[in-house]
Design a protein around this ligand. Structure first.
Ligand code: ADP
Ligand code: ASP
Ligand code: MG
Length: 408
C-alpha cells in the first residue's frame, strides 16, 4: 500500500479550528486508500512564546532544559490532532520524536537526525491507524530530548518519509508553493510549478524559509518527491523532484535574503590561516553556518553569521582566546544578505556585474560581494534590504508579469 507523509506547519495548526480542518485533509488522504503519517509543528507562535518565557528566568539557559521545554510545543499539537481524527471516527495515535524512533546526534538545539527506527510506526500503520508524529524533535544516544533547530519539522517529515519509503511527502503551509522570492516580501514574486532537489536546496540554503534545506537533503537521498502546498486553498503547489538539467547555461531562478546577519572581526591573529581552519571545524561541530574570510596581509579573520548564532560564536571565541591569540574583536549587526540563485554562476560573470550595477543604481551600498557556483551574494545594510530584493527581482526578470509574458 502507498504511504503519504503530510506535514502541517505552525500557522496551519494555529488554533483548534484549524487543527480540525487539517484533520479533514488527513482523512481525505486516508480515504483515497493511502497509509498516512502526519508530522506537525507547534501551534502558531508557541515556540516563540516558550523562548520568551525563558528570558524571565535566565539569560543562560542550559541546552538540555531548553530542548526539554521547546519540544513540548509539538507535543500539544500531536495529541489534539489525534483526538480530532478520533472524534471523526478515524483511528489515530500520536508519537513524540523518541517514541517514533528518531535518534539524533548530541548537538542540542540544532541536532541532526542520525537514524530512524520505524518499527513502531509500521506496526501502527499495519493496524490501520494514522500515525501523528511530533516534528522538530528526537532523542540523543544518551537519552536526552533534542531539537533540530528552528523550522525543523520539515526535516522530521522528509527524514521520516525517507525512512518509511513513502511515496510522497506533502508539506502544507501558509503559502501555496515556492516562489521566486518570499511572496510576503515581494508581492510580484512568481510561483514555481516544479523544481529539482538541487535548485530547491540552493534556494533554501540561501534563505528561502519556505522549506528547511536539510529536509531537501533527506528527500533527495532517497528520491522522495516533496510537494509544497497551501493548507487553506485547493490550488496546485510546487513539486520538488529529480535532477536539474545541466546544459552549461545559467538563469537566475530566485532572489533570496537573510535579514539578520552579524559580522565579527578578529584583529592581529598570529596564524590567521590556522585560526581559519580551527574556527571552521569548531563551528561545524556545533552545526553553525558561517562565511569565513581572511585578510592575511593584515592578520584579520572575519566571520559572517546569522544573528541568532552571535552569542554562541562569541562564547567560542572567548573560550579559545589563548589558543587563537587575537588582540581584539569587533562585532557589527544590522546587516543583511541578498542572493541571486542559479547554476554555473561562476562561469557567468555578467550576473555578478549586473547585480552590482542594479544595487548601485538603486543607492544600495554593497559591503561585500561573493559568489559560488550556485549564487552571487551581496552583504548590505539591513535598512536597504527591501529595495535590494525588489530591484534584483525585477532586474533579473522574475516579476510575475514578466514570467507570464515569457510563457505566452
Ligand atoms: P510553516 O510554519 O508552515 O513551516 P514557514 O513560516 O516556515 O511556515 O514557511 C512559510 C513562509 O515561508 C511563507 O509564509 C513565506 O513568507 C516564506 N517564504 C520565504 N521564501 C519563500 C519562497 N521563496 N516561496 C514561498 N514562501 C517563502
Ligand atoms: N516549532 C518549531 C519552530 O517554530 C519547529 C517548526 O515549526 O518547524 O521553529
Ligand atoms: Mg517552516
Amino acid at each position: 500500500m502507498s504511504i503519504i507523509v503530510q506535514k502541517f506547519g505552525g500557522t496551519s495548526v494555529g488554533s483548534t479550528e484549524k487543527i480540525k480542518r487539517m484533520a479533514d485533509r488527513v482523512i481525505q488522504e486516508k480515504k483515497k486508500g493511502h497509509d498516512v503519517v502526519v508530522v506537525v509543528s507547534a501551534m502558531g507562535k508557541t515556540t516563540d512564546t516558550l523562548v520568551k518565557l525563558v528570558s524571565d528566568i535566565t539569560t543562560k539557559p542550559s541546552k538540555r532544559e531548553m530542548d526539554m521545554l521547546l519540544s513540548t510545543g509539538e507535543q500539544v499539537t500531536i495529541s489534539l490532532l489525534s483526538m480530532a481524527l478520533q472524534q471523526q471516527g478515524t483511528e489515530a495515535i500520536s508519537f513524540t520524536g523518541w517514541q517514533a524512533g528518531i535518534q539524533t546526534d548530541s548537538v542540542l538545539g540544532n541536532a541532526h537526525i542520525q537514524s530512524i527506527e520505524t518499527r513502531r510506526i509500521r506496526e501502527e500503520l499495519g493496524h490501520g491507524k494514522v500515525v501523528v508524529v511530533a516534528g522538530f524533535q528526537g532523542v540523543t544516544e544518551d537519552g536526552n530530548i533534542s531539537t533540530l533547530g528552528r523550522g525543523g519539522s520539515d526535516i522530521t517529515a522528509a527524514a521520516l518519509a525517507s525512512a518509511i519509503k513513502a511515496d510522497r511527502c506533502d508539506i502544507y503551509t501558509d503559502v501555496d508553493g515556492v516562489y521566486t522570492s518570499d511572496p510576503r516580501f515581494v508581492p510580484k514574486a512568481s510561483k514555481i510549478n516544479s523544481l529539482s532537489y538541487d535548485d530547491m536546496q540552493n534556494l533554501a540554503v540561501m534563505g528561502a524559509g519556505v522549506l528547511h534545506p536539510r529536509a531537501v537533503k533527506h528527500a533527495k537521498k532517497f528520491g522522495i518527491p516533496l510537494y509544497i502546498k497551501s493548507s487553506f486553498e485547493n490550488v496546485r503547489g510546487t513539486f520538488i523532484h529529480g535532477m536539474a538539467k545541466q546544459n552549461g547555461s545559467s538563469t537566475v531562478i530566485g532572489v533570496t535574503f537573510e535579514k539578520d546577519i552579524s559580522r565579527i572581526e578578529m584583529f592581529d591573529c598570529e596564524d590567521v590561516e590556522g585560526f581559519r581552519e580551527g574556527m571552521m571545524c569548531e563551528l561545524a561541530s556545533r552545526h553553525i553556518q558561517a562565511d569565513v574570510y581572511t585578510q592575511s596581509c593584515r592578520n584579520i579573520l572575519s566571520l559572517l553569521i546569522k544573528e541568532q548564532d552571535l552569542q554562541e560564536v562569541l562564547f567560542v571565541l572567548e573560550k579559545e582566546r589563548d589558543r587563537w591569540k587575537y588582540s581584539r574583536i569587533e562585532q557589527r549587526s544590522n546587516l543583511s544578505k541578498v542572493s541571486a540563485i542559479g547554476r554555473n554562476m561562476k562561469a557567468h560573470p555578467e550576473i555578478k556585474i549586473g547585480m552590482c550595477k542594479m544595487l548601485l543604481e538603486n543607492a544600495v551600498r554593497v559591503k561585500l560581494i561573493g559568489e559560488s557556483s550556485i549564487s552571487v551574494t551581496a552583504v548590505i545594510e539591513k535598512s536597504h534590504i527591501q529595495t535590494a530584493v525588489e530591484c534584483l527581482h525585477t532586474g533579473f526578470g522574475l516579476d510575475y508579469e514578466n514570467m507570464m509574458k515569457a510563457t505566452v
